[in-house]
Design a protein around this ligand. Structure first.
Ligand code: ZN
Length: 446
């Protein structure tokens, strides 16, 4: 929206060309003016007036400049205004209305009709925001994406599991424009609810009319050993510009998992993300984090240990900087979660290890993405344990995507957009988002 308009207006003519044109126009006016004076002074009484000299509206005559304004701006002013307009337009299209308004209001000598027009547009857009008043919220989730379907669906004993629980890169890429067309806009889960004085409550959400807040999460971003050779990325890393990249077959790529793909998409489609929000990266601990085996340090030499710890911290920092949240997905992902047989002792061990060995490198988080999507009743001591250890945002699996605050916690159910749902329960997706047949990867087993 804004970008095309304001940037294009500037791109019509480079600042240097505008300046040169102004100089030429000014010189022409001065020349024409003095010629007029000379002509008038020397004009014989009976000579008919020269039409080119007497008619200022003549197409051959340059437009007169307003003498109350400085006729020429320096290169510096023109360049600084151009970058100010670009920055303000970028803030505007990412929904940082107040920041864009402040920047334009404080533009000082750079103010002109262009800055005024943009300021007016931003104010109008802000005034046109609508309070989101639906009880329906939206949270979709994935596992690490299949980069090479021929390896994932090669018929080995894991192929069926991948077909059910995973999504391919081509499917995920095809979903994004469909979600955007439906009015979805990425929203930070930590901004859906707030907790104060031991109570939680839903926060007000103000969006452009017709927009719906969407949370995306990715489970098990650990690149487990069992996935090696099956067509997934090996780990996450950070490039020289601070972008999160996937390492696939030893090479840095920008489309090896949800995170770099969504980062790139939002760069191209800033209106798809409310104030830069991306999603939630959920990690376990028994295999380290992001593909680095930091909980098996004794298995590695000292240099590798240091490298893994530094990489984990760098990836977490880069993720958070680009709008991602990080969540605990338990340490063990043990079946005792799935069967809900987990004892308090097991939970203390499990959560204790995540808090002690993962959180110090990826940062504290209030978000718990439950393993196997398990849900506990509010009065279950094992649920209470999680809330009491800081995890007051709890996300089970529930295709209806309920979202509510109760006591001192916030629950948001999630729907899995994987092969299982797309193939066997397509209506669970189509009723909210899109027809999964439109995105289903033909490389999936029939
Ligand atoms: Zn999981």
């Amino acid at each position: 929206m804004a970008k095309g308009r304001y940037v294009k207006r500037r791109e019509g003519m480079p600042p240097a060309a505008i300046l040169a044109l102004c100089a030429v126009a000014l010189a022409a006016v001065i020349f024409a003016g003095s010629a007029l004076v000379r002509a008038h002074r020397n004009k014989p009484v009976d000579t008919p007036p020269d039409p080119a000299m007497s008619n200022p509206a003549d197409p051959g005559t340059p437009t007169p400049v307003d003498p109350t304004k400085p006729p020429v701006e320096t290169d510096d002013v023109v360049a600084r205004r151009a970058s100010l307009l670009e920055e303000a337009a970028s803030l505007y299209e990412r929904y940082f209305y107040d920041e864009a308004i402040a920047l334009l209001e404080q533009a000082g000598e750079l103010k002109n009709t262009e800055t005024a027009a943009l300021l007016q547009d931003v104010r109008q857009a802000k005034d046109a925001l609508v309070k989101y008043d639906s009880a329906q919220y939206y949270h979709i989730f994935f596992h690490s994406l299949i980069v090479d379907p021929s390896l994932a669906f090669d018929g080995d004993y894991q192929a069926t599991g991948y077909d059910q629980y995973m999504t391919t890169v081509s499917e995920f890429k095809a979903m994004l424009p469909l979600l955007e067309e439906e009015g979805y806009i990425l929203y930070d889960i930590t901004q859906l609810a707030e907790r104060a004085d031991g109570k939680t409550r839903m926060k007000e959400i103000w969006l452009p009319e017709g927009k719906k807040p969407l949370v995306i999460s990715i489970d098990d971003v650990n690149y487990y050993d069992y996935m090696k050779g099956d067509g997934f990325a090996d780990r996450l890393d950070v490039d020289a510009e601070g972008n999160v990249v996937t390492i696939v077959n030893g090479e840095a790529t920008y489309d090896g998992d949800v995170m770099p793909i969504l980062d790139a998409y939002v760069k191209e489609h800033p209106a798809f993300s409310w104030q830069g929000a991306k999603g939630v990266v959920a990690i376990t601990g028994y295999a380290g984090a992001f593909g680095y085996r930091i909980t098996d340090l004794p298995d590695y030499d000292e240099q590798t240990q240091k490298w893994m710890l530094e990489k984990t911290e760098a990836v977490a920092k880069a993720l958070r900087t680009s709008g991602w949240q990080i969540a605990c997905h338990s340490y063990t992902h043990n079946q005792y979660w799935n069967k809900k047989t987990i004892t308090m002792e097991q939970e203390q061990y499990d959560i204790g290890r995540w808090l002690g060995e993962i959180a110090p490198y990826v940062g504290d988080t209030p978000i718990f993405i439950s393993p196997f999507g398990v849900f506990f009743e509010a009065d279950d001591a094992r649920f209470r344990y999680l809330v009491d250890h800081g995890f007051w945002i709890y996300c089970p699996v529930d295709s209806r995507m309920p979202a509510y605050c109760k006591n001192d916690f916030f629950i948001q159910g999630r729907i899995n957009l994987d092969g299982l749902t797309m193939k066997h329960y397509p209506e669970r997706i189509s009723r909210f988002f899109f027809d999964p047949a439109k995105v289903l990867d033909p490389a999936r087993p029939k």
